[in-house]
Design a protein around this ligand. Structure first.
Ligand code: PEP
Length: 270
């Protein structure tokens, strides 16, 4: 059964429960495509986005170099722009960094923060993420915060604890009001780019526990309204089963976001 069975499109809420949760499909392009390739991909996504229901938000996160050109390519469509990261400083002598004001000035609505590749390869700590998130929210940029366990942690049965502490260490520094501009992406590291997807049951039990962690600090309403995405080898063939779970509100998509047809097929899987 479709997740929209009791969705009230008029007021953008799930009618029976009054939940104001958004459904989102976000594409993380990572370090892929040249600018002309990225513009062509963005144009194709924008064109096909007309097929996607109004209550599913589409977000694309191209590399920094593409943002201005991609913003122009998707202008007037329902596709929102995201960065993949931002600096932990507002401005100044930080060679190679990109500030939230710069992102805002090219039309970014979102930034991804804490992707496992940033945590693993670039030493991104929860402390740094707090600094980045403060700057992003102050600048009016919404944050897609990634959490998730690696294979060793999953095999040791620590996956619930890992996700809980990643949420506590970052989100607990913010207010319930801030949570309106935060999306959580659960991305088991062992499923990213590996072709191994968490089963719908594995993903749902973690999503429910993440929602409980949000509720413990911010209360039930905020937790129920929080959009929690699944990421990790999500593709057209498995998106429907994942998105049918009560606590999975869409996906953060890597590889499959590089093909407009696959990305849109995923967005049509609710
Ligand atoms: C990601 O890295 O955010 C991701 C979900 O990648 P993939 O879909 O390729 O596993």
């Amino acid at each position: 059964m479709s997740k929209f069975a009791d969705f009230d499109k008029g007021n953008n809420s799930i009618a029976s429960t009054n939940i104001m949760r958004k459904f989102i499909v976000a594409g993380n392009w990572k370090m892929n495509t040249t600018v002309p390739e990225g513009v062509a991909l963005a144009k194709a996504v924008a064109e096909k986005s007309k097929e996607v229901p109004a209550n599913v938000e589409l977000v694309i996160a191209p590399p920094f170099t593409h943002l201005g050109a991609v913003a122009a390519a998707v202008e007037g469509s329902k596709v929102a722009l995201s960065a993949q990261n931002c600096a932990d400083k507002a401005k100044g002598a930080y060679t190679g960094e990109i500030s939230v004001d710069m992102l805002k000035s090219v039309g970014c609505e979102y930034t991804i923060l804490g992707h496992s590749e940033r945590r693993q390869y670039y030493g991104e700590t929860d402390g740094k993420l707090v600094e980045k998130m403060k700057l992003a929210l102050e600048a009016g940029i919404k944050v897609i915060l990634c959490v998730g366990e690696n294979l060793q942690e999953r095999e040791a049965g620590k996956h619930f604890d890992v996700c809980r502490s990643q949420i506590e260490n970052v989100l607990y520094h913010f207010s319930a009001e801030d949570m309106a501009n935060v999306v959580i992406a659960y991305e088991p590291v062992w499923a990213i780019g590996t072709g191994k997807t968490a089963t719908a049951e594995q993903a749902e039990e973690i999503h429910a526990s993440i929602r409980n962690t949000v509720e413990a600090k911010f209360g039930r309403e905020t937790a129920q309204d929080m959009t929690i995405l699944y990421g990790g080898s999500c593709k057209p063939s498995n998106a429907k089963e994942l998105f049918a779970q009560p606590d999975i509100d869409g996906g953060l998509i890597g590889g499959a976001a590089l093909k407009a047809d696959d990305f849109i097929a995923i967005a049509l899987s609710f």
